[in-house]
Ligand binder design. Structure first.
Ligand code: ADP
Ligand code: MG
Length: 577
């Protein structure tokens, strides 16, 4: 019998893709080009795939910092930043940042791998088993879980829309291990993708609300605009410039709203906070909440002040004090509507209002200058000595983004450094948290391509110091400036017991943080005089490369809680043991 020796044709299988392929493709479909995260089971291959397919992956040493970076990326770019975490603790570490993003109205999406559901639900003990979805829910704007690869594109679009629509915030997207690994036919998966329409819809205000607001603004004798970081995020600086120019009404910026219009512009009343609170008859809140940072509308505020509030979230209105003219809509649309209607009204602003504020500003600014120069030769340096050296350098490099955290380091830097561009100051924000600095500096540098200077208290830096290595690995143009006074608030705390341990606030005033930069190959500086600081910071910014400056302050520089010592339940001086 004749034998055939032809090999049979290999069977042909349809091309297949995994849940991870679909997730990467879905992220690209909504325009995500960068992810921040820290990998491990079950998301390592996901990060490899993303990187291989053109999504930049910035790998961190701690998820919380990756999350701070994603949140800041969202704030500076106006598109959600993306954080990738592993299950259980990685998820929890990242969730801190997602919660903080929600409080600050920063758009971000935390995508976390999670373990197999069934043994989690039956509490049978499984690898990194945690009911992540339900843990996330109370602290984020929205939370979703995706269990099937077919649902991934929908899940990504829903997460994106939730993060960016209305009041922006942090969104949690749980992707189970089986879903990441599930296999689908390529051709079936292809049919899942689509181009979502109008991912960030405008939400114009009602015309009668605009009219009510314009009438109130026009009738005001002593009006003032108050800008919040919502206005910085919404990128409405052009419209605000126009509004201020056409009305001559002065403006006061909240911390991260500094620079929307120049802090040192002729109509800036940044130095007249108390006068605005006490004397302004109409205050127009533009993307700013009347929360604790504004005494919740009480304290120094005159009970007669009337508020116009421009916000996207109707539930914000009246939450602390009655709002006379709420304008609910996205800021770009609301400001356009106000700018259109305002010329039909005659402004009744008191002709002495602005000159009196300008006089007060000039006097206060002069006093502030004297304070900086009076401390110029303090040895060892205090916060003001250091800031006197830093101020002219940052103000002549307005394009450098300033990240800032600490207690005294935060308050004194905010008061010292005038900003002249929007979204160039990023700080502890609404929760006044510590441990946002290095992550935010990375997110700001990656999101904008600009140089960043992070001015950090030594305690604040400690929360995230190891991610200085991330700055180095990605060769980012970030200079970290550490104000080392050896402690939380300062380094002169005294242990009230007898065990000889450091006091609760005491760190290490002799610590050489510059050596940490040496470990990762960055340019490092240790400075003890303002002259050395000037030279170091000038060189570091010009290098556009990672750098760290350890600024040696005296241990006695700084007071408990900086400007918000009144929030402590009892003063330290009254404690007895
Ligand atoms: P700040 O701390 O600078 O005062 P807040 O974070 O307290 O600023 O307030 C920001 C406000 O801006 C929030 O109430 C938020 O709803 C609002 N907001 C954010 N984005 C927009 C937008 N695009 N249009 C209108 N309001 C916005
Ligand atoms: Mg606020």
């Amino acid at each position: 019998m004749a034998t055939t020796n032809t090999t049979p044709a290999a069977p042909s299988y349809p091309a297949q893709v995994t849940g991870m392929d679909i997730l990467v493709r879905a992220l690209k479909m909504v325009g995500i080009d960068t992810m921040y995260g820290l990998v491990g089971i079950p998301v390592t291959e996901l990060a490899y795939l993303a990187q291989g397919r053109g999504i930049r992956f910035i790998s961190f040493r701690h998820e919380q910092q990756a999350g701070m970076a994603a949140a800041t990326h969202g704030y500076v770019t106006g598109k959600p930043g993306v954080l990738l975490t592993v299950s259980s603790l990685g998820f929890m570490n990242g969730l801190t940042a997602t919660a903080n993003a929600t409080v600050n109205c920063y758009p971000m999406i935390q995508i976390s791998g999670s373990s197999v559901r069934e043994p989690i639900d039956l509490e049978q003990g499984t690898y990194e088993g945690l009911d992540q979805l339900n843990i996330a829910k109370p602290v984020v704007k929205a939370a979703y879980r995706v269990n099937k690869p077919e649902d991934i594109p929908t899940a990504v679009v829903r997460a994106y829309r939730a993060a960016i629509s209305g009041r922006p915030g942090g969104v949690y997207l749980d992707v189970t291990t089986p879903c990441l690994g599930a296999i689908m036919n390529h051709d079936d998966a292809e049919k899942l993708f689509y181009q979502p329409v109008d991912l960030q819809p405008s939400m114009p205000p009602a015309q009668e609300a605009v009219k009510r607001a314009v009438e109130l603004i026009a009738s005001a004798k002593k009006p003032c605009f108050l800008f919040g970081k919502g206005a910085a995020f919404a990128q409405v600086e052009g419209k605000l410039k126009k509004l201020v120019e056409m009305t001559g009404i002065p403006y006061y910026p909240m911390s991260m709203a500094k620079g929307i219009l120049p802090d040192n512009g002729p109509l800036s009343v940044i130095s007249c906070r108390s006068t605005i609170m006490e004397d302004a008859d109409v205050v127009v809140l533009v993307g700013a909440r009347l929360n604790w940072l504004l005494s919740r509308g009480h304290g120094k505020w005159s009970p007669d002040t009337k508020f116009v509030q421009l916000d996207i979230d109707p539930t914000e209105i009246d939450c602390n004090r009655p709002i006379a003219a709420p304008v609910i809509g996205d800021l770009a649309s609301s400001l356009d509507a106000i700018i259109d209607l305002l010329p039909q009204y005659k402004l009744e602003m008191d002709s002495q209002w602005v000159p009196s504020l300008q006089k007060e500003s000039a006097e206060k600014n002069e006093k502030f200058k004297e304070r900086l120069s009076a401390n110029a030769s303090v040895n060892p340096m205090d916060h003001w000595t250091a800031l006197g050296a830093i101020k002219p350098i940052l103000e002549s490099n307005p394009d450098v983004i300033l990240v800032n955290e600490g207690a005294n380091t935060l308050d004194d830097t905010r008061d010292s450094i005038d900003m002249s561009l929007p979204r160039h100051r990023i700080d502890c924000a609404t929760w006044a948290i510590m441990g946002m600095g290095i992550g935010s500096a990375i997110g700001a540098a990656v999101g904008t391509g600009k140089s960043v200077v992070a001015i950090e208290g030594d305690s604040a830096f400690g929360f995230s110091g190891m991610d200085f290595s991330t700055i180095c690995r990605f060769k980012l143009p970030v200079t970290v400036v550490i104000f080392n006074n050896g402690g939380i608030y300062n380094g002169v705390g005294v242990n009230m017991g007898k065990d000889g341990d450091p006091a609760p606030t005491t760190l290490d005033v002799r610590a050489r943080y510059d050596k940490l930069a040496d470990a990762f190959g960055a340019k490092s500086y240790y400075v003890t005089t303002p002259q050395e600081l000037t030279a170091a910071l000038t060189e570091a910014i010009a290098s556009k490369a990672p750098a760290l400056i350890d600024v040696q302050l005296g241990a006695d520089s700084g007071k408990e809680s900086g400007h918000i010592g009144y929030l402590n339940p009892t003063p330290l001086e009254t404690i007895t043991v």
